[in-house]
Design a protein around this ligand. Sequence first.
Ligand SMILES: [Zn+2]
Length: 316
Amino acid sequence: MTTDTPDIEFEKSPCPLGCHASDELIVTGQDRINHFPGEFHVVKCQQCGLMRTDPRPTSDSMGFYYPDDYGPYLGTQASANNTKSATLKRWLRTILDVRSEYIPKIAPGKLLEIGCASGAYLQKMEGMGWQVTGIEFSPHAAESARKLGYPVYAGSLESAALESTDFDLIAGWMVLEHLHDPVSGLRKLHEWVQPGGWLAFSVPNAASLEFKLLKEHWYALHLPNHLYHYTPDTIRTMLTHTGWTMPAIHHQRTLSSLLASMGHLLDDKGYHRISRWVVGKPQDPVRLYQALYPLAMLAASMGQTGRMTVWARKPV
Ligand SMILES: [Zn+2]
């Protein structure tokens, strides 16, 4: 990794599963979300297969890579739910179930969402009868969720202390890959959930064909914010190591990550107009990937889409 960015500290990140140091360089990439300078490396532990960003920004420096206008925070505002476009999107999501926020069929109880952003998911789940709590790294986004009336801890999962736990379900949508210490994080969640309780989360799938083919152009690399790059095998290893069972993995029925990756590739080749057409405008309710839903279902059935939703359970 090299960077000209001042005041950002980087650190080595050994394999969190305690393997002896033996890594293979997988890919070198750049910050494509914030466009901050620097080159970052993804390495793979030769012992357990887990891929990670190494070196990485320290947890104290990480806030620099999450400015208030950080792309993935946008579009999560609960207030956006009232627009016509949001209604159409919800309807399309019901018809074309991509399984992006797919949870086990259990009766509503106590829910914790890690990485709750501005509270849109908490609001949706409260409407379905859940008693909701959130944790959010961004103070700005956490404040927005609090204004909706929800108890939200502002800070990292690693630092979070909650007054009330014993959750029936913990959800984390595209969060686990951002954690500095996923082993401690998963152990903490394990303590907070009831025996027999669930953890449902989504992460990019680094075993997908789109990563193998598009490498540094892969949208879900998201360097340096994504610190770990999981596969079905390595997420199972991580969950088993921290006391969870893993009853199911659902490969999401969407090609959005593939299309965004192709956009990166086209941009790098100088085809900006074609790239904009492929990636589309985020506010468009009907996008190319929805038209490609049958193809996405086929790719998902073969475990080859760029995102997966994982169900883990604490043994009774
Ligand atoms: Zn390892």
